[in-house]
Design a protein around this ligand. Structure first.
Ligand code: ADP
Length: 710
């Protein structure tokens, strides 16, 4: 099927032709035959790199040309940016929704295609963004994540609510292969397209004792005898390819990159450049290791790295300078970096309480699917490493030849249901028990027979919880959200978190540490894992600072929250990132994640405090700013100036310039010597405007006083 025959705008056809895209791939053609351009719902469950994005883009461009509006939902912020770039610059207006959770972002209504994460879309629905009603085409990327424990519930409810609001909306679901695509297609009322077709041949095999065993054939490795995982790397590199290596932990990823660097010993000016860039972006021990490995052509990649360092690694790999990346499995879904060979070294994962367990087949497939760069590699290879002979057959059975798992709805989980039922009621989707039930009857949850029986009971229990927590109230048959319930939903909080914050604040004085710990205890906060070596300082805190803690608990979460709150406390005490990382054994990227998470929770807590607690608005606002910028209280006046971050503010403050007013009064040369000419000019202008405004206010206030005296 030719691109030329597609009912898409000319400019898009030309853009594709320029990139050598003229003929549809077979699964793409199937989507067209199934009614892609006739507004039929489609579920495409096909392998990575088989052109799913292109299917969606063609449909969206046609929709826009006919006056429609499209929403493209992705699971991760990083993917939102990637898709935003993909779709931009092709004669349609593309917007990206990444703002804070309690915003309506009405400006997004100006765009033809809006890219958003499922969480952001959910919060837009709760905040009643008007433009959502005009969405005529919904694309859901990685829709199999409906079965994901942590975010599946949100994705499911978002789809259900958008369908409820816009019954004529076309839906295109893009998915990895899964065990039960039929049930998802049925729920979506969609034509199902499944296919194993790939643009590059994928060979899957198991390595053992010097050879890769494929179905029916074998490949003997000629590389010098080193460790298995390095032999496999060298074998590909010697043939001009690159490798992705999946391991089970960050530490293993770092250790592998170190060994790979020593083995590869590649040198080039570009690698030196990249290494320098990384060294600058991440000054922690882990950043130094990465910079060193990259200098020799190897890298690692995990969520503990700051964004700039990750971006440098991705760029270096895409350009062919970096020859291998070792990475944790969590990145298999997000990382769009194909390589000729994917080595799956660790296929077991430690789970607390359950010990070592094999990773799901779905995850194996996503890793294996990264093998083979279209148009660059003659084939792709995914290789598992067996530790003993008898594992070879077992690995074929457990992963290569195994069917992917079924996905199940996550709305059966208590925390998911309480949050989403509250949203249904406060956003006006359902106002009686019957309407709540009616809405949920149409969910994927209800369509799965195995859970259906429990639905009514769970709804009943959850509504009782919400009523008892003061989030909803009844009036005859009707259920309404209370002020507290509506605020909780708009702030995008788990009702349990909102309750903990409200109760924790009630009439109590708090320290910064106490507040941080309280927020770290909520189910909306991610907490650091407590290592055996952490116990000593956590015990010390319990002995010395227990009076500061607003909650009384001795659970595992409680101790993990102490560690996490301590990291945050060091951050707002201006301790350097390197020292924090070293002391707590975390990465710079982790600190950023804590800050990001706490910033949102501080903001939400501030709003709850404003409505329901005693007078603590100022304290909450100051703490929110301290968390955002990582500063002590004394730097807050300076941090209010744009272009002044924690480091610059400290530098100025230590010279005795402690406020914007003092900055104005200081010698200009001194300010320039501290900040450099450009920033000094900008900051002085801002400080000038602020002082003038302040003077005006003071004048007005004193005039008012005089009038009163008269
Ligand atoms: P997926 O979303 O399934 O991972 P993409 O849509 O990103 O895959 O496609 C992978 C690559 O293949 C992209 O570089 C894309 O431009 C290219 N591609 C997609 N469809 C075609 C086609 N019909 N012919 C040639 N290249 C294509």
């Amino acid at each position: 099927m030719k691109i030329n025959e597609m009912p898409i705008p000319n400019h898009l056809r030309e853009a594709y032709a320029k990139n050598g895209i003229e003929e549809l791939y077979p699964p793409q053609a199937e989507c067209v035959n199934a009614g892609l351009f006739n507004r039929k719902n489609i579920l495409a469950a096909i392998p990575t790199a088989s052109g799913k994005t292109l299917i969606a883009e063609m449909a969206m461009q046609k929709e826009v040309a006919e006056g429609g509006k499209c929403l493209y939902i992705v699971p991760l912020k990083a993917l939102a940016s990637e898709k935003y770039e993909d779709f931009s610059g092709k004669s349609v207006k593309v917007g990206i929704a990444t703002g804070d959770p309690d915003q309506r972002d009405e400006y997004l209504g100006r765009y033809d295609i809006i890219v958003a994460t499922s969480e952001k879309t959910d919060s837009l629905i709760r905040n009643k963004a008007g433009w959502l009603k005009s969405i005529s085409l919904l694309v859901v990327d990685e829709i199999h994540l409906i079965g994901d424990e942590s975010r599946g519930g949100t994705l499911e409810m978002v789809i259900a609510q958008l369908r409820f609001q816009n019954p004529d909306m076309q839906i295109i679901g893009l998915s990895a292969t899964m065990g039960n695509p039929e049930s998802l297609a049925k729920w979506l009322d969609a034509a199902l397209i499944t296919s194993e077709w790939r643009p590059v041949d994928l060979r899957e095999g198991v390595y053992y004792d010097g050879a890769i065993h494929f179905h029916g054939t074998e490949r003997l490795l000629e590389t010098p005898k080193k460790d298995d995982d390095l032999n496999l790397l060298l074998d590909t590199v010697n043939e001009g390819g690159q490798c992705l290596v999946f391991v089970s932990s960050r530490r293993s990823a770092e250790a592998y990159a170190k060994r790979a660097a020593v083995t590869l010993k590649k040198t080039s000016p570009t690698l030196d450049e990249l290494s320098k860039r990384i060294g600058k972006a991440d000054t922690t021990a882990s950043g130094k290791n990465l910079a060193l490995a990259v200098k020799s052509g190897a890298a690692f990649h995990h969520a503990g790295l700051p964004r700039e360092a990750r971006a440098a690694v991705e760029e270096g790999f895409r350009n062919g300078d970096i020859l291998c990346i070792s990475s944790t499995p969590t990145l298999a879904a997000g990382l769009n970096l194909p390589a000729r060979r994917v080595i799956i070294r660790d296929y077991q994962r430690y789970e607390r309480g359950a010990g070592m367990n094999p990773i799901p087949v779905l995850e194996y497939r996503q890793m294996a699917g990264r093998a083979g760069r279209p148009r660059l590699d003659p084939y792709g290879e995914a290789v598992l490493i067996a530790k003993q002979q008898r594992d070879v057959d077992r690995l074929f059975e457990e992963f290569i030849d195994a069917p992917a798992e079924d996905i199940t709805s996550q709305c059966q989980r208590e925390n998911e249901l309480r949050s989403h039922l509250l949203a249904l009621i406060t956003s006006g989707f359902a106002q009686t028990d019957g309407e709540v039930r009616g809405f949920m009857e149409k969910s994927f949850y209800a369509s799965q027979k195995s859970v259906h029986r429990r639905l009514d009971k769970n709804i009943e229990k959850t509504l009782a919880y919400l009523e008892k927590s003061g989030m909803v109230e009844r009036e005859g048959d009707e259920i309404h959200g209370t002020l507290f319930g509506a605020l909780t939903s708009r702030l995008y909080l788990d009702p349990e978190s909102a309750m903990m914050i409200k109760d924790g604040l009630a009439g109590k004085k708090f320290t910064a540490f106490g507040m941080l710990h309280l927020l770290c205890m909520t189910p909306d906060m991610f907490r650091f894992y407590l290592k055996a070596s952490d116990e000593k300082f956590v015990d010390k805190i319990l002995k010395e600072r227990s009076e500061e803690l607003l909650l009384d608990d001795l659970s595992e979460e409680f101790f993990a929250a102490i560690k996490t709150a301590l990291v945050a406390e060091e951050w707002i005490s201006e301790i350097g990132e390197d020292s924090i990382c070293e002391r707590f054994g975390v990465g710079a990227g982790d600190i950023h994640a804590v800050v990001e998470n706490l910033r949102w929770l501080m903001h939400a807590a501030g709003r709850i405090c404003h409505e329901f607690a005693a007078d603590c608005d100022d304290e909450m606002r100051d703490l929110e700013l301290r968390v955002t910028h990582g500063v002590k209280e004394e730097l807050l006046p300076l941090i209010a100036l744009k272009g002044i971050g924690r480091v610059r503010a400290r530098r100025i403050f230590d010279r005795g310039i402690t406020s914007p007013e003092k900055l104005m009064a200081a010698e200009k040369d001194e300010v320039v010597s501290i900040l450099g000419a450009t920033i000094a000019k900008n900051v002085l202008e801002q400080a000038g405007r602020r002082s003038a405004k302040k003077r005006e206010q003071e004048l007005e206030e004193s005039e008012d006083e005089h009038e009163e005296e008269d």
